[in-house]
Design a protein. Structure first.
Length: 339
């Protein structure tokens, strides 16, 4: 089978197309014949060596496809089932995955659409769990047009958050929020060319003079500062973006930190943390949350994420996806189809 292997850490030239052996699943695993692969910003970090690992290796975390084989102890899946999964080693025509990381594919989605959901959907789901958003509470979503933001916006709407303020750094992002995600124009905050003080005042105006109870940072840098500036008493800042050393935001200073002054909380959501540090018996939460998301999608509560197909799965398609991701202006998700 074809696999795209990361031969060393670095740029997109570090990928190589190779023939890989087909692996039989262990007792708790299933083998999936891949029909579509999703790409995520974390893939770039993995390629650059910022998340560890030892090349040569196959990276990637989003797949959808058809079950080809099941391990002896697997009871939730059968050969022929249509599934989607959060896995490790997605850039291949066939993958072996622990069954607890897999769920039945939403019936209403194509394989390409389903491959856009696992990492982004699980991340958005867990971000909202951290923030414990209640109906009628104002929230800010920085980076609403990306993969995670696109799903978080819909989950927040389903939970009854109001108003939902979505940031946009360009006209294209604003149009995507309005035309694709159904955000009313008055709910879109354009931040290009505005100071932090101006943005803070604008958020409070859009929230009816209130600070927000949930501030979601899917961008980092200035948008992270904005989240801290507008979070209210007992509110929650939730981020998925790490910052470089020396990032000038002191959350500990008792005189200036909004976490201290407003008794607010900061949460970092790292989807892979449970796989790396938690007992294996806790891993089934991934599959359960994917099943929940599938039910919500099929019930119409979450619409398909906008996808851009970078082409049939190949070395060129993987390199193209990584180049686009590094440009940081992707709306929705990038996928490649396996034929």
């Amino acid at each position: 089978m074809l696999g795209v292997v990361l031969t060393r850490f670095g740029g997109v030239d570090c990928f190589s197309a190779q023939e890989l052996p087909e692996v039989a699943p262990a007792a708790h695993e299933i083998r999936i014949g891949v029909r579509a692969i999703g790409f995520n910003p974390v893939d770039v970090a993995m390629r650059q060596g910022r998340l560890g690992g030892t090349p040569p290796m196959v990276i990637g975390r989003d797949v959808s496809g058809v079950v080809e084989a099941v391990g002896d102890s697997v009871t939730r899946f059968s050969v022929g089932d249509h599934v989607y999964a959060r896995n490790t080693g997605a850039y291949a025509e066939s993958v072996v995955v622990p069954s607890v990381l897999v769920a039945h594919k939403p019936k209403s989605l194509s394989f390409a659409q389903a491959a856009a959901f696992p990492v982004a959907g699980l991340t958005a789901y867990q971000c909202l769990e951290k923030a414990n958003v209640q109906p009628g509470q104002p929230v800010l979503v920085a980076g609403a047009s990306g993969g995670v933001g696109s799903i978080a916006m819909q989950l927040l709407r389903y939970l009854g958050a109001c108003p939902i303020i979505a940031t946009a750094g360009s006209a294209a992002s604003a149009e995507y929020l309005i035309q694709t995600l159904g955000v009313p124009p008055e709910g879109v905050l354009r931040y290009d060319g505005k100071s932090l003080d101006e943005l803070t005042a604008e958020v409070m105006r859009m929230a009816g003079g209130r600070l927000v109870q949930g501030a979601f940072d899917f961008v980092g840098q200035q948008m992270k500062r904005l989240c801290f500036a507008v979070v209210g008493v007992d509110g929650h800042v939730v981020t998925i973006v790490e910052e470089p050393p020396g990032f000038d935001l002191d959350v500990w200073d008792e005189h200036t930190s909004p976490l201290v002054l407003r008794s607010a909380s900061l949460h970092f959501v790292q989807l892979a943390a449970r796989l790396a540090y938690a007992p294996e018996e806790t891993w089934p939460i991934y599959g359960r949350q994917l099943e929940t998301l599938a039910h919500m999608i099929d019930a119409g509560h979450i619409a398909p994420v906008a996808i851009t197909d970078v082409g049939p799965f190949s070395l060129e398609a993987v390199r193209r996806a990584h180049t686009l991701l590094e440009g940081r202006h992707v709306q929705g998700k990038l996928i490649a189809t396996v034929t």
